[in-house]
Structure formats: C-alpha cells, structure tokens
Design a protein around this ligand. Sequence first.
Ligand code: HEM
Length: 130
Amino acid sequence: MSPAPPPDLDRPERIDALVLAFYDRVRPDPVLAPWFADVDWPHHTPRIQAFWKGLLLGVQGYSGEPMSAHIALHRRLPLSGAQFDRWLELWTATVREGYAGTKAEEAIARATSIAAVMKHKVLSASASAG
Ligand code: HEM
C-alpha cells in the first residue's frame, strides 16, 4: 500500500496545526529565538492561526496590524534581513514537509510576498525612532 498523500491546507484545523508546528521550530531556532522569547503564546497563537485562516480560507476572525506590530518589535529588538530569511525558510519547510496542494502552495506564496513587503517596511523604519 502506498502512503497516503499529504493533506492540503484546506481545513481550519490543518492551518491551526501548521501554525503550532511552525512555532515549535521557531522557538528554539538560534536566528529567531531572541525575538520570540517574551511572546505571550496563549494570546499570540490564536491570532496567528486566525490570520492564516483568513488568508487561505477567507474565514473572518483576525483583526490586527501585522506591519506595525513588527515595526514595534524591531524597535524593541532590531531585526535584520537574516531573521526574515530564516522565518520564510522555516515556514516554507514546515508547509512542504506536512502538506501539498493548492492551499499549501498559496501559504508559501502569500508568506513570501508578505515577508518581502514586511522586510522592506520594517528595515526602512528606524530601529530607534517613534
Ligand atoms: C523577521 C521575521 C519575523 C519575526 C522575528 C516575527 C516575530 C513576531 C513576534 C515576536 C510577534 C508577536 C508580537 C507580540 O508579542 O505582539 C509576531 C506577531 C505576528 N506575526 Fe510575525 N514575525 C516575523 C515575520 C512575520 C511574517 C513574514 C508574517 C506574515 C506572513 C508574520 C505574521 C505575524 C502576525 C499576523 C502576528 C500577529 C500580530 C497581531 O497580534 O496582530 N510575522 N511576529
């Protein structure tokens, strides 16, 4: 019997699981860990899950300002291109290792474009101003 093909990210509970798996890799990562050390996970996890369910499934539930949240983060602890590159590398690997299909590809494509815009906005915002 051939193994079952990986599922697509086409159900809310799969997106919830992807986000948990992603942060399990982010937390101990040497490049990213310092920025996540003080995160309030019970608050943060459902917000990120809602963000991705909104993007991929059109499920309403997230309201927030990711760009300004990350500019604020950068002012607390300056980011560089290395963190954005690593974030995207871990996201892409986590998606590819567990999922396949249109929504899985969309999760990678959306993350790639948002990360590029975010990197540009955050790194062009002064680390100390504001
Ligand atoms: C350098 C790469 C990144 C780092 C180090 C980072 C780190 C963080 C941290 C520490 C928080 C929690 C902030 C808090 O405590 O309120 C956060 C929130 C969040 N991040 Fe990131 N992030 C990165 C890239 C991204 C990217 C590329 C996306 C989207 C594709 C994203 C989406 C979000 C969202 C939606 C939130 C929730 C904001 C809210 O509460 O409304 N992050 N991030």
